[in-house]
Design a binder for this molecule. Structure first.
Ligand code: ARG
Length: 495
């Protein structure tokens, strides 16, 4: 991953007395200005600290553009190949750690400057018919498509761990909760997998965002389209886009794909936050369902006994960060007039932050989950016979009683147990008999947690058979991989 560089203002340039020469530095514009921009504007306007990481994609699309210009008869074969070779060298320099200079406004300017250094004036022909508006939209889309593939891999790694842990939990029982009150017994594997499926939906949303990004804007120029007969289909195939934008005005301002990826990652962050919350709670001494390991917890500088689940807490906190990124982007685009507006430059700040954060959080959550120890005896110990009250009502239903009457009868028993401060299964049979005539001696079987779980075999339930097929379905969903293959790069240069 390429780090974001914060470029210090060029103090010599900043101190220079006005008027500043119009073309003192390498700029992609400036002819119509008598003086250069004020340092205050430069500092605000410069995006190289954020967008430098787009360079591999900008180089790729620039090479494709050089081929397209040759194909359109704008460049000779020699010029086009010189540009391609030059861009390869620029990529080598950037890959080798070449850093921007203060006057590099953005990644496009930086690459243009380096290309000039490499091949001289012919570099100036590359910008024919294109604009940074269609360029940045294209580079950001390429970046986003790659990010989707990386995210998918990281999410699947977490899902795989969940699946392994679910299998390992076997027949372990635990309480399920509603309103954070003990509700009904479930297989612990069923609880584990309840966190698997939200991630499955996240992967579908990430795939959707990748498809949204896979529409090529290049060839839209600044806003009105390209005046040269370039083949956009050739560009599309060469850059691996699935489709072509149909309207140049829309193409340079469309950031829906950023919003979609931010929503997908925000939902993902939300799901990780909820998993983290469950685990943090279950790791407390009060619950004690899980015990955290050494590699993903930290100690306290004061309290020697502490073991804190920091990775999970940061995962939970990250949900707020990503929500902020999503809201910032939606706020940015909602009031924009048509066409490109500089506000859009900030789309990348939100996008990169969200993806970077998830790529840090996902492996840490995966590691925490892989390392923690489950404590089946504590899970089992948290089961109480009152959690089988529904099963007790079902017992009466099976004897022909209406569910409403059964519910009332069991309610009476629950109240009695509460008054006597005992468990339902320690009430004498006489209590059951007086609560409803249809209660017989076998009623105590209905108060077994194992039986309660075994009865729930309808698809998606916690019955052992249903969970086995759930596990099979989960495994199958991990095997599915969406097709993220890119098109074939068309090159005039033999590699
Ligand atoms: N750095 C700009 C961005 O990220 C590139 C596009 C600049 N376009 C322009 N018309 N000044 O949006």
């Amino acid at each position: 991953m390429i780090p974001n560089l914060v470029v210090e203002p060029d103090s010599a340039a900043a101190d220079a007395p006005p008027p500043r020469p119009a073309r003192a530095t390498h700029r992609l514009w400036g002819g119509r200005f008598a003086t250069g921009p004020a340092p205050e504007l430069d500092a605000l306007n410069r995006s190289i600290g954020i967008d430098l990481r787009l360079w591999p994609f900008d180089v790729r699309l620039s090479k494709a553009w050089a081929v397209a210009l040759w194909h359109a008869g704008v460049l000779t074969l020699e010029e086009s190949t010189a540009i391609e070779h030059g861009l390869d060298t620029v990529a080598e320099r950037l890959g080798g750690g070449e850093t921007p200079v203060a006057s590099d406004e953005d990644v496009h300017t930086l690459i243009d400057r380096l290309l000039h250094e490499e091949i001289g004036d012919v570099a100036s022909k590359l910008h024919t018919g294109r604009s940074r508006n269609d360029q940045v939209a294209t580079a950001t889309r390429l970046w986003a498509m790659e990010a989707c593939t990386t995210l998918d891999t990281a999410v699947r790694a977490l899902q795989r761990t969940m699946l392994d842990r679910a299998v390992e939990l076997g027949a372990t029982l635990m309480p399920s909760y509603t309103h954070l009150q003990r509700a009904q017994p479930v297989l612990a594997s069923h609880w584990m997998l309840s966190h698997f499926w939200p991630l499955d939906r996240d992967r579908a949303r990430i795939e959707g965002a990748s498809r949204a990004a896979g529409v090529l804007p290049l060839g839209s120029g600044a806003v009105a389209g390209c005046a040269f007969p370039i083949s956009r289909v050739l560009l599309q195939g060469s850059l691996g886009f699935a489709g072509l934008s149909r309207n140049s005005i829309d193409a340079v301002s469309d950031r829906d794909f950023v919003a979609e990826l931010l929503f997908a990652t925000t939902m993902l962050a939300t799901h990780l936050s909820r998993l983290a919350e469950d685990l943090i709670l279950f790791g407390s001494s009060e619950f004690g369902f899980v015990q955290f390991g050494d590699s993903f917890t930290t100690g306290s500088s004061m309290m020697p006994q502490k073991r804190n689940p920091d990775a999970l807490e940061i995962a939970r906190g990250s949900g707020a960060r990503l929500l902020g990124d999503l809201v910032a982007l939606l706020g940015t685009i909602k009031g924009l007039p048509t066409g490109y507006n500089k506000d859009l430059q900030d789309d990348k700040r939100a996008l990169f932050d969200a993806v970077d954060t998830m790529l840090l959080v996902l492996p840490a959550v995966t590691g925490t989950l892989a390392e923690l120890a489950f404590r089946p005896e504590r899970m089992k110990g948290a089961l109480a016979s009152s959690m089988m009250a529904t099963d007790l009502a079902d017992y009466l239903v099976e004897k022909g009683v209406s569910f409403r009457d059964a519910h009332a009868a069991v309610g009476k028993l629950v109240r009695e147990a509460e008054e006597k401060r005992c468990e339902l299964n320690t009430l004498p049979f006489e209590s059951f008999a007086s609560a409803h005539v249809h209660f017989e001696r076998d009623v105590f079987d209905a108060l077994s947690a194992v039986r309660s779980v075994e009865r729930r075999e309808a698809d998606g339930g916690t019955g052992p058979g249903a969970v086995r097929s759930q596990i099979d379905a989960a495994r199958a969903s991990l095997a599915e991989k969406w097709d993220s293959t890119r098109g074939n790069e068309l090159r005039l240069v033999t590699p």
